[in-house]
Design a protein around this ligand. Structure first.
Ligand code: NAD
Ligand code: MG
Length: 396
């Protein structure tokens, strides 16, 4: 390799961002940090800048930028601080960026991720919400570019690893019968149904197997995460919703599987540590050390599988329905969920009301066809308005 690849990490202070920096730091001859971005936790971003010495840092407001810029100069760093969505898209599409890790949480990551695709980057996609909300346009932008999209979500990274190199002709063209999307079932898989309305924020954010940001932890507890992943899989692998089957697998050792027409089922296994898919996508098609310890199957002993319970997890059912409806339905589902999860994290609603809000929004606003990004952003804004309206009525 002639020179180290320049890496932009969108959402550097998050769980995925930090895991990415951990892998990058193990391979200084291969990777250099080009830009780091954060929305808050600016003191942590400063620490990351001191450690990784990026060319750029991006923050949300001009005030944050001014303070951070002065501090970084005081630290003797050359890092230039940029601001807001313009700054995010600038570093994502910068001519000297080779790889973009899209690890902002939620709809806020859509524009910079699209900017990276349009600028022909190698894009490592963790930010599933961006793809869920704009699927058709996102994949069209990808086809019209020379960008390479590699999935970071552990399930999709597993599926990618279990598919043959070229599945551009569709899944049936390569003999795939179904995708088996595994799910841990989250912390409430076996709780009595009537106790779910009393779940605390702390209980919802404590995942049995994975350590993650708060939004995705709540999504995992409600299984909306698996619903978003079902939609994500349909777009990434050109699958119909009925070709994606969710299987509860509490140990999170099999990260997903591909079932072929000849009866072969290929699976990817590993310890539940996001550094594995991150290292896979960074180095693909090569393999590099990720820092993850070897899988000890004898210690794990056995692997279990169950069917998901959609009464317990209405978010999964609504996501499957949104995938089938298409159009603006996934964008509305995602936006309503983002508002509802924020409200739950702020202690304003009960855990079970997350699903009530989403259901209310989807019942009020019919899905329409998507022609341009404005349609997606309009549906996102409308769903946020309706969800906020629900919350106002609730708090009155
Ligand atoms: P996190 O909350 O730990 O980090 C989110 C990052 O995004 C932070 O750096 C934050 O500063 C930034 N951010 C938040 N809001 C922003 C905004 N409005 N504008 C710009 N930046 C903003 O989240 P995470 O767990 O690292 O997840 C990141 C993404 O990766 C999510 O889409 C999640 O679904 C996906 N993902 C995460 C995991 C995991 O194990 N954590 C696994 C699979 C997929
Ligand atoms: Mg996942």
């Amino acid at each position: 390799m002639s020179h180290p690849l320049q890496i932009t990490v969108l959402g550097a202070t998050g769980s995925i961002g930090l895991s990415t920096l951990d892998v990058i730091a193990r391979h200084p001859e291969r990777y250099q940090t080009f830009a780091l971005t954060a929305f808050n936790r600016i003191a942590e971003l400063r620490g990351l800048c001191r450690q990784h010495r990026p060319r750029y840092a991006v923050v949300a407001s001009s005030d944050q930028a001014r303070v951070l810029q002065e501090q970084l100069i005081g630290d003797g760093l050359q890092t230039r601080v940029l601001v807001g969505e313009g700054g995010l898209s600038e570093v994502a599409a910068h001519p000297e960026t080779d790889v973009v890790m899209a690890a902002i949480v939620g709809a806020a990551g859509l524009r910079p991720t699209l900017a990276a695709i349009q600028a022909d980057k190698r894009v490592l996609l963790a930010n599933k919400e961006a793809l869920v909300m704009s699927g058709a346009l996102f994949m069209q932008a990808l086809r019209q570019s020379r960008a390479v999209l590699l999935p970071i979500d552990s399930e999709h990274n597993a599926i990618f690893q279990c598919l043959p190199g070229d599945y551009a002709q569709g899944l049936s063209g390569v003999g795939v019968r179904r995708i088996l999307l595994t799910a841990s079932g989250g912390p409430f898989r076996e709780w009595p149904l009537e106790q779910l309305s009393d779940v605390t924020v702390e209980q919802a954010c404590t995942h049995p197997n994975w350590s993650m940001g708060r939004k995705i932890s709540v999504d995992s507890a409600s299984m909306m995460n698996k619903g978003l992943e079902l939609i994500e899989a349909c777009w990434l692998f050109d699958a119909r919703p009925d070709q994606v089957e969710v299987v509860i697998h509490p140990q999170s050792v099999i990260h997903s599987m591909v079932d072929y027409v000849d009866g072969s089922v290929l699976a990817q296994l590993g310890n539940p540590d996001m550094r594995t898919p991150i290292a896979h996508a960074l180095a693909w098609p090569e393999r590099i050390d990720s820092g993850v310890s070897a899988l000890d199957l004898v210690r794990i002993g056995h692997l279990d599988f169950h069917a998901p319970d959609e009464q317990r997890f209405p978010c999964l059912r609504m996501a499957r329905q949104a995938a089938q409806n298409g159009g603006t339905a996934p964008a509305m589902l995602n936006a309503a969920n983002e508002v509802a999860v924020d409200a739950f994290l702020e202690g304003r609603i009960r855990f079970t009301e997350i699903a009530s809000i989403i259901e209310d929004v989807l019942n009020r606003e019919a899905s329409v066809a998507v022609h341009c990004l404005g349609d997606v952003l309009g549906a996102d804004a409308q769903a946020r308005r309706l969800a906020s309206h629900w919350l106002e009525g609730h708090n009155r």
